[in-house]
Design a protein around this ligand. Structure first.
Ligand code: ADP
Ligand code: MG
Length: 264
């Protein structure tokens, strides 16, 4: 299998009982791109990621390179190189940054036995520390890291596992502006070797860092393209404005979206 692998989602459908959370969503994420999956609350973004990573059952097709992977259990998906983070970072607080990375490495030992290692173990950890800019904190317990640094450590844990697709669910939620920008830069550093999919609510972050955007609404793809294309799409503006009365957060997004279209 090639190191550079695209993720192709085709007609993905997820039902919870009679309710269709994702109703036939299709998108492609390619190495070298930071692909944003955006949409109002409840659009089905997290459910898409859950289905792709094997956490919930879906139908349709998810291909990793040439291989159909939809329906594979969550451990298997991780082994195949689809790494994912959750909104709440799950690092081992008592252990050092380095020990956290070591553990991440250990979890995927069997995968290496199968495919062989491209770089030495130490090399990979050093690279992850450098990419996430956590070198100076490597011997510190992860518990003392800021919220943003914990998210970066979690991304680092996926990097040492050689994840070929990184799926991040609202990575910048709760981060300072500085941390958001650092996260965006981190994603652009790591995208060269892998596809990066970012589920996001934050419009400013999307505008600054998306290579491509897929907009979900009520479980379906409403619009897709470059940042400029989706921002200029009246359907997208309508959805964000239409939901504005439902949540203050969405109202802010709608205002940001409407106000900045011409800047792009
Ligand atoms: N386990 C579940 N059981 C029933 N409904 C769910 C479940 N998970 C999510 N949903 C519903 O599916 C829809 C999409 O949710 P979600 O994917 O979390 O949206 P988003 O991440 O875009 O905010 C929402 O209406 C949500 O309430
Ligand atoms: Mg969500």
């Amino acid at each position: 299998m090639s190191q550079l692998t695209a993720l192709r989602v085709d007609g993905l459908e997820v039902k919870f009982g009679a309710f269709t959370a994702v109703g036939g969503a299709s998108f492609e994420a390619h190495p070298g791109e930071v692909h944003f999956l955006i949409g109002p609350n409840g659009a089905g973004k997290t459910t898409c990621v859950d289905a792709i990573t094997g956490l919930v059952r879906g139908t349709g097709s998810v291909r990793l390179g040439e291989d159909e992977v939809l329906g594979k259990p969550v451990q298997k998906m991780a082994r195949l190189g689809v790494g994912r983070t959750f909104q709440t970072a799950s690092v081992f607080e008592q252990l050092s940054v380095l020990q956290n990375l070591d553990i991440a490495v250990g979890m995927h030992r069997s995968k290496w036995a199968l495919f062989g290692t491209r770089r030495s173990l130490d090399g990979r950890i050093a690279e992850a520390l450098e990419q996430t800019q956590l070198e100076h904190l490597m011997h510190q317990p992860a518990g003392i890291l800021s919220h943003g640094q914990k998210q970066w450590l979690e991304i680092g844990m996926l990097l040492v596992q050689d994840a070929r697709v990184l799926m991040l669910d609202e990575p910048v939620a709760g981060m300072s502006l500085e941390e958001r920008n650092a996260t965006g830069e981190l994603l652009h550093r790591v995208k060269e070797d892998r596809a990066v999919v970012v589920v996001e609510h934050d419009m400013e972050f999307m505008r600054n860092f998306a290579s491509r955007v897929t907009v979900l609404h009520q479980g379906q793809v409403l619009s897709a393209g470059s940042v400029a294309e989706v921002q200029a799409d009246p359907k997208v503006q309508e959805v964000y404005l239409g939901t504005a009365s439902m949540a203050e957060e969405d109202a802010e997004e709608a205002a940001a979206l409407a106000g900045r279209t011409e800047e792009v």
